[in-house]
Design a protein around this ligand. Sequence first.
Ligand code: NAD
Length: 265
Amino acid sequence: MIKVVVAGALGRMGQESCKAVLKAEGMELVGAVDTREIGSALGAHLGIADLEIKVSDNLEKTLQDLKPDVLIDFTRPGVVQGNIELAIKNGVRPVVGTTGMSSEEIEKFRELAAANQVGALIAPNFTIGALLMIKFAAEAAKYFPHVEIIELHHDQKMDAPSGTAIKTAEAIAAVRGNMAQGMPSEFEKIEGSRGGNYEGMRIHSVRLPGFVAHQEVILGGVGQTLTIRHDSISRESYMPGLLLAVRKVMSLNHLVYGLENLLFE
Ligand code: NAD
C-alpha cells in the first residue's frame, strides 16, 4: 500500500485528489493538511461518511507521525516550496501539482532530492491531453516557428501565465530558439496588450468564471494557421495522471519535472 498525505486537501484540486486516492487500488489516504477548517472531518468535505481522517494544519507533524510514502501538494505558490523541502527532508516523496515556482527553485529541489536520494515529481499539468498538446506544438514549431499561446483559466487562479503555458513555451523555444516575431516597430496603446514575452513568443492569459483550464497554441505560416487546443472541462481530467505519478515516484530517487518525462519515457 502506498500511504499518501494530501496538502491543500480542502482546495478544488486537493478534494479531487483525496477522492481519487481513496478509490485507487494499492493506495491509502492517511492524512489531510490545510489551513482552513482545522480539526474538521475530511469526510464531511468530501461527502464521504466513515472517514477517520481529520484536517491538520501541521504538515511536519503529519509527516513525522503518519510516515507516508508520498505527499501530494495542491496548495499555492509561496507555500509549496516549504512543503517540498519538508517532505524531502523527512524522506517523503513529493508529487506536486502546485504551479508558480521559478526554474531556480525547481533546480534547488532537484539538488535536494538527489542529495537525500528521494524521488520527487513536479508537474505543471497532469492531463495527458495537455502533455500531447505540448509535444505536438513543439513538433509543429519546426515548420511553423511563429507562435502565440493563449491560456484560459477560472478567475481564482493566482499565477500567470499558467505553468502549462510556460512548459509549452519552453518546449517550443527548445525547437526554434529565441525569435523576433511580428512588426519590429509595433507598440502597445494599452500596456500588456501583446501579452507576456518568452523568447519572442507572446503568451496571453485569460481569467474568467466558467473556465477550468484551456490552452490554444496558434502557429502562423504564409496564408495559413494551425491551432492546437486542449480543454480540461473537469478536474477529474487530472486524476489518472496524478495516480500514475504517485505510483511511478515510488521507484525514483531523483526529481522529475514534467509528467511527460514519466509518460513518454
Ligand atoms: P485552491 O485555492 O482551491 O486550493 C488550495 C488549497 O490550499 C486551499 O484549500 C487552501 O486553504 C490550501 N492552503 C493554503 N495554504 C496552505 C498551507 N500553508 N498548507 C496547507 N494548505 C494550504 O486551488 P486549486 O485550484 O486547487 O489549485 C491549487 C494549485 O494547483 C494551484 O497552484 C494551481 O495552479 C495548481 N493546479 C495544477 C494542476 C496540474 O495539473 N498540475 C491542475 C490544476 C491546478
